[in-house]
Design a protein around this ligand. Sequence first.
Ligand SMILES: Nc1ncnc2c1ncn2[C@@H]1O[C@H](COP(=O)(O)OP(=O)(O)OP(=O)(O)O)[C@@H](O)[C@H]1O
Length: 252
Amino acid sequence: MTLIAESVSMRFGGLVALEDVSLAVPGTGIVGLIGPNGAGKTTLFNCLTGLSAPTSGRIVLGGRPLPADPAEAMRGGVARTFQNIRLFGEMSVLDNVLVGRHSRIKQSLLGALVRSPGFRRSEAEAAERARAELTFVGLDPDGRRPASSLSYGDQRRVEIARALAGDPAVLMLDEPTAGMNGTETAAIGTLIRGIRDRGIAVVVIEHDTKFIFSLCDHVYVLVRGRMLVDGPPAVVREDPRVIEAYLGTAAC
Ligand SMILES: Nc1ncnc2c1ncn2[C@@H]1O[C@H](COP(=O)(O)OP(=O)(O)OP(=O)(O)O)[C@@H](O)[C@H]1O
């Protein structure tokens, strides 16, 4: 399912955060989005995940306009993680992942109240799926510990498991390696490739350009709210405009 931003602009009062930005996420593969601080990456992510409606332009998923409503966007097939981890800290790891699964399954209120056989079967299936996703991201499938008791890196994995439990067609990861060391970053890269191999399209925002260039099939570069250039990593990293605008630092 292709996710497309068509000529998206976003203004906050007098500030132009995005100006006529277009981007296409094909149904498979890993797309990277890089750019200096304040370039508009998170603003674009928010539009692509239904969190914000662009001031002009549109977001299209599978040929249909994406509703500017995160829950609807998730039901449509777009899941995300956040720059600042957003888990229910007091809840168990498993329950956090179940929240992602419940966005996908329909249960009647009556069935839930009387705990009908259908409701119990559906709950058991959801728990099984949540455990499978915990195993997939490399965590203990038991998941009984409170989410807040996990290390920062493992909490990121729980967020990813929760997003995967909702059966997304596109998974959007906002700085998935923020605060991680080299070993942890490499492990997240392996996990993202595994997600890609399941046939899920992945979009990654990162400041770590080395990570993006080694991971992605296609890279977009945003600078001051405009899409400066996009292409395969080998082309983008050599583009003089990119080097001048963004990569002419020790970071690349
Ligand atoms: N809700 C908002 N209200 C007003 N201005 C905003 C809002 N959200 C973002 N901005 C502004 O829009 C611009 C783009 O911000 P955005 O967070 O999208 O950039 P970014 O590329 O994600 O930056 P960073 O890498 O630092 O996270 C910035 O100037 C920011 O201050």
